[in-house]
Design a protein around this ligand. Sequence first.
Ligand code: SF4
Ligand code: SF4
Length: 313
Amino acid sequence: MQTNLAERYANTADGREAEDILRKCVHCGFCTATCPTYQLLGDELDGPRGRIYQIKEVLEGATPTASMQTHLDRCLTCRSCETTCPSGVDYGRLADIGRKIVEDEVGRSWMQTLIRQALIVVIPNRQLFSVLMRLGQIFRPMMPAPIRRKIPQKQTAGLWPVREHSRRMLVLEACAQPSATPNVNAAAARVLDRLGVQLIAAKEAACCGAVAHHLSDHDRSFDAIKRNIDAWWPLVEQGAEAIVITASGCGVMVKEYGHLLADDPLYAEKAQRISALTRDISEVLSNEDLGSLKVRGAKTLAFHSPCTLQHGQ
Ligand code: SF4
Ligand code: SF4
């Protein structure tokens, strides 16, 4: 797609990256067929091609509007359009750039600002989120069904193995997961322990930065990214084989650290290495000899591959 960036974007890193992405789009519309918001709403502006077109207009100098902001807000960032696209358009990255520009220029009502700030501040704060989750779980039985369904029942994390192994991997103990589903990482640690791998959670690592990033607070997301890199780096230098992620939304974010910090003189190299080491737990297990677990029985397990794992990684 031919683009003529407005002067104020033409010389920025985001502008140049967006232009490269836009040039790949041939406007064929194949992606609309697999976009859930287009399928639901039936409006071209709520599909990937329409959103790409709106971002292009803004980058070419059109004034962003509240309507554009709504169409971009409705995108789930599932990236289904990326795996459908025959031209390799990096829609997710373009959406991040477009959302940030529109956000800066259109602004929000005070109520929307309050909600978004609350999400940015509360979710990544593990302690605060854990207190709120506990309160939600206590009062869950009294809540209306639609809210009750959204609050997971209290889950107890099983034991974390204490055996040491020469093979070691890091695991991201993120923001919401330790209080919502604390047994996930503990179970991963137990399985890997039986495979001869020690799973370690670096204490200072926390939220991957996706919450702030997708709410267009890039300063805060970059701070989170750098904090995690600093927390993992000494253990990577000591030979950690991988950074294991058990929440695919975090996985897709950590795998993009290298790209997001590519122009950072202090962090670019480290971020590349961290992203290259990052693996979803399913990727890790698929490369191990699971026969050594000697699982007996005829139970069938279902595996759900989330959109961020299927399309983003
Ligand atoms: S499928 Fe790819 S090239 Fe075609 S309109 Fe969608 S993003 Fe553009
Ligand atoms: S990321 Fe998902 S919701 Fe957003 S435009 Fe692509 S397919 Fe549609």
